[in-house]
Design a protein around this ligand. Structure first.
Ligand SMILES: [Zn+2]
Length: 103
């Protein structure tokens, strides 16, 4: 049986700092992550696909406060939130960089 909850850490931050003012959406985002055995099911909303609506609402609140939600989401889940695009990145050998010396 796998763990339902991910391991969390407690970090002291001042209440009036940007992150301290975001304590509620940070807690919501963290609580509504998938368990280890699933990348598409919320741990608190097991009948809902992840990202669930509460995660999305908290992520929008964090964005409004200028806090990237990616800092709170395990790296293995980033492709779920930001699927790779089918367009390959530009080839740096053929891309002209403005201001770069010719050569
Ligand atoms: Zn949820």
């Amino acid at each position: 049986m796998t763990e339902q909850w991910r391991t969390v850490v407690v970090l002291p931050v001042t209440a009036d700092s940007p992150l301290g003012r975001a304590a509620d959406p940070v807690a919501t985002v963290t609580a509504h992550l998938p368990p280890h055995d699933s990348r598409t099911r919320c741990a608190l909303c097991p009948d809902r696909a992840w990202p669930c609506h509460l995660f999305n609402a908290a992520a929008r609140d964090l964005a409004a406060l200028g806090i990237p939600v990616g800092y709170l989401v395990p790296l293995e889940l980033h492709p779920v939130l930001w699927p790779p695009t089918s367009t390959p990145p530009p080839d740096p050998r053929t891309t002209d960089t403005p201001g770069a010396p010719d050569g």
